[in-house]
Design a protein around this ligand. Structure first.
Ligand SMILES: Nc1ncnc2c1ncn2[C@@H]1O[C@H](COP(=O)(O)OP(=O)(O)OP(=O)(O)O)[C@@H](O)[C@H]1O
Ligand SMILES: [Mg+2]
Length: 330
């Protein structure tokens, strides 16, 4: 049974300026599911809607963002939750931190700059569970951070005293304190150098392997997905273009956009120049007709300019939305 089923989701930003309304179609007709015990990677270049998708999936939907159509259904241990309908009270009481935790783009947002780390843990635990015995609470948090390989001293530091990698580990420690069913991480390693990045990703992988929960990992960095994700979904201009288990998507990408993303990955010893795509991603307030990728697609045909390609099942958990893909094999 899936942990999450997203069906035909449309989530748009509607803004008004000088009486003119503008709709940014950041998520358009996206369907996907998340299974228990998997790391699902979402990839795609800047502004394709990755963070917007996460806002909807984590229930942090605030104007001007709104769900226009579709459903976002979770099956948690304590019951089902539809993000399109759930109340804020229910989210606060039973869902946030306990079932879904969210490591945001830039870890400073969860860490209060004027409070020591232990105080932020205290804030989270006291609002969700209450703290009856302070000494036990401190021991519990020390144990928790130690299990994640962090020195307990970090608890008595202010966020600015820690390195970027350490702050990100602390944010992950906070996200896992209640053992949620889903951990969502938005570009968790983008600001870190490669060595520190590896450590943070390793930590996420170890936590997932131990608690067998679901991790939704969002990053534009395909090399990270190749190392960490079990399945990968490729987004372009608010739409899901392709999805497959990682070993399949990296070996046999089918969508021209995915092929471009994968061919631009560096290969050791390869000195040939990497191809870059012509043009820029479309404006989501006025996206192109037909396939949104067609103006930049090296193989686009007439139909691509007018007809939105449907997501086709290619077998073995592989799906892609492209008019030029024929049949299940190629
Ligand atoms: N508050 C907002 N109001 C209006 N439009 C917004 C708002 N936030 C984001 N958008 C627009 O929605 C689209 C998707 O943005 P989003 O932040 O989801 O992209 P992203 O894939 O996470 O990009 P990045 O890789 O840069 O983090 C973009 O066109 C962006 O300009
Ligand atoms: Mg983002």
């Amino acid at each position: 049974m899936a942990l999450l089923e997203v069906k035909e989701l449309k989530a748009y930003y509607k803004t008004e300026m000088y009486g003119i309304s503008r709709i940014v179609r950041a998520i358009d007709e996206v369907s996907l599911d998340l299974q228990p015990n998997e790391i699902y990677g979402v990839a795609g270049e800047s502004s394709c809607g990755k963070t917007t998708l996460i806002k909807v999936l984590s229930g942090t939907i605030k104007p001007p963002l709104k769900i226009y159509e579709g459903s976002v259904n979770y099956q948690f241990k304590h019951g089902n939750v539809d993000m399109a309908k759930v109340s804020n009270e229910e989210l606060q009481k039973n869902v946030r931190w306990k079932e879904i935790s969210y490591v945001m783009q830039g870890s400073m947002s969860v860490l209060n700059p004027v409070r020591k780390i232990i105080k932020t843990f205290e804030d989270i635990i006291s609002t969700h569970e209450g703290i009856s015995n302070h000494k036990e609470f401190v021991e519990r948090i020390k144990d928790h951070v130690k299990k994640l390989g962090l020195p307990p001293d970090v608890l008595y530091s202010y966020p600015h005293e820690l390195s970027g990698g350490m702050r990100q580990r602390v944010a992950i420690a906070m996200a896992t304190v209640f053992h949620p069913s889903l951990i969502i991480a938005d570009e968790p390693t983008t600001a870190l150098d490669v060595v520190v990045q590896r450590g943070v990703l390793q930590l996420l992988k170890e936590i997932q392997a131990e608690s067998k929960n679901t991790v939704l990992l969002v990053t534009h960095d395909m090399a990270v997905h190749a190392n960490v994700a079990d399945r990968v979904g490729i987004m372009y201009a608010g739409r899901l273009m392709e999805e497959a288990p990682s070993e399949i998507i990296f070996k046999r990408p089918r969508h021209p956009y995915t092929r471009h993303l994968i061919s631009s990955l560096p290969v050791i010893g390869d000195k040939s120049g990497k191809s870059s795509l012509e043009g820029t991603p479309p404006n989501l307030a006025n996206p192109p007709e037909g396939c949104r990728f067609h103006p930049r697609c090296p193989v686009a045909e007439e139909a691509c300019k007018t007809k939105v390609p449907a997501m086709r099942d290619l077998g073995g958990g592989h799906r892609a939305a492209c008019h030029l893909i024929q049949g299940a094999q190629q």
